[in-house]
Design a protein around this ligand. Structure first.
Ligand code: C5P
Length: 287
C-alpha cells in the first residue's frame, strides 16, 4: 500500500499590498510583502487511479462545488503538462474562510501541486509545476513554497525567501465573502493606467513593524466600499490592547492585527470573540 501524502495549506497574509497600475490586459501590477500563518487547511493525497476530491472540515459547506475547486484545477493543469502523471484522491480539510483575502483556495491548489510533485518525483522548480501554479491563479505561485517574500507583477515575480522576525497576529473575518474582481473594479483604474509614487518603501529592515507602518494595502479603501464590515473589523482590532498595526489582507474581508507577543495576541482574540462571537477569529504566528 502506498503511504498517503499530506501537507498544510497555510493562510497567506499580505503584510503590504501596493498597486502600481493596471496592465492593458486588465490585471493589476502589484508589489506585496507576503507572509504565511501558522493556521491553514490540510490536504492529503491518496495515490490511485484518476482524480477526485473530498472536502470536509468546518468551512467545507462554503467551499463551493468540486468542479470549481482550485485543487482539481491545479491537478488537471499539471496532468495536461506531464505525461503519465500519477494522480489520486485528494482529501481537503477546510478550516479557512473562503473568498477571504488569505489565499485559502490558492494555498489549497499550491498544496495539491506540492503533493503531486512529491508523488511523481518532480522538483517544485519544474517548469510544468510553475506553469500549472501560474495558470491556476495569481496567488498560487507564491503559495507553492510558503515562505515570506516579496511578490511583484500579477503574482508571478517572486523574491527570495525572507527571514522575518517573529510576528504574532490575530486574523479576523466577519464571515462575509468578498469577490476579488469587485474590489479591483472599485479601485477604478483604467487599463494601461499607472500610479506614480506607488513604489514600495520596504528597503530598510530596521524594525519590521515600523517599516510596515509606512506601507499600505491599496485595496483597503475600495474593499471598505464593497463591504463596510471590514471597517468595523479594523476598528475592533485597533481597540485591542497592544495592537501595533491593523490592516486588511489581499482583497479582504480578512483583516489582521500585529502584536508584540503571543499572550497579547491571544487576549486580543478573546476580546474580539466576545464582541463578535459569530465572526472567524484566530490568533496565530506569521513567518
Ligand atoms: O488570478 P485570480 O483568478 O486569482 O484573480 C481573480 C481576479 O482578480 C482577476 O480576474 C482580476 O479581476 C483580479 N486581479 C487583478 N490583478 C491581480 C490579481 C487579480 O486585477 N494582480
Amino acid at each position: 500500500m502506498p503511504q498517503p501524502l499530506a501537507t498544510r495549506a497555510p493562510a497567506k497574509i499580505n503584510l503590504t499590498l501596493h498597486v502600481l497600475g493596471r496592465r492593458a490586459d486588465g490585471y493589476h501590477d502589484l508589489e506585496s510583502l507576503v507572509a504565511f500563518a501558522g493556521t491553514g487547511d490540510d490536504l492529503r493525497l491518496e495515490p490511485g487511479e484518476g482524480l477526485a476530491l473530498e472536502v470536509g472540515g468546518p468551512t467545507a459547506p462554503l467551499a463551493g462545488n468540486d468542479a470549481d475547486n482550485l485543487v482539481l484545477k491545479a491537478a488537471r493543469l499539471l496532468a495536461d503538462r506531464v505525461e503519465g502523471l500519477q494522480l489520486g484522491t485528494f482529501h481537503l480539510t477546510k478550516r479557512l474562510p473562503v473568498a477571504a483575502g488569505i489565499g485559502g483556495g490558492s494555498s489549497d491548489a499550491a498544496a495539491a501541486l506540492r503533493l503531486l510533485a512529491r508523488l511523481n518525483g518532480l522538483p517544485l522548480s519544474h517548469p510544468a509545476v510553475r506553469e500549472a501554479a501560474r495558470l491556476t491563479g495569481a496567488d498560487v505561485p507564491v503559495c507553492l513554497e510558503p515562505r515570506a517574500r516579496m511578490m511583484r507583477g500579477v503574482g508571478e515575480d517572486l523574491g527570495e525567501p525572507l527571514n522575518l522576525p517573529h510576528l504574532f497576529a490575530v486574523l479576523v473575518n466577519p464571515r462575509v465573502p468578498v469577490e476579488t474582481p469587485a474590489v479591483f473594479k472599485a479601485l477604478g483604474l483604467q487599463p494601461g493606467e499607472r500610479l506614480s509614487g506607488a513604489g514600495h518603501p520596504l528597503v530598510e529592515w530596521g524594525s519590521l513593524l515600523d517599516t510596515l507602518k509606512t506601507a499600505r494595502n491599496d485595496l483597503e479603501p475600495p474593499a471598505l466600499r464593497v463591504q463596510p464590515l471590514i471597517g468595523e473589523a479594523l476598528d475592533l482590532l485597533r481597540q485591542t490592547a497592544g495592537c501595533r498595526l491593523a490592516r486588511m489582507s489581499g482583497s479582504g474581508a480578512t483583516v489582521f492585527g500585529l502584536y508584540e507577543d503571543c499572550k497579547t495576541a491571544a487576549e486580543a482574540a478573546k476580546d474580539i470573540r466576545r464582541a463578535r462571537p459569530e465572526w472567524w477569529v484566530k490568533d496565530t504566528n506569521l513567518r
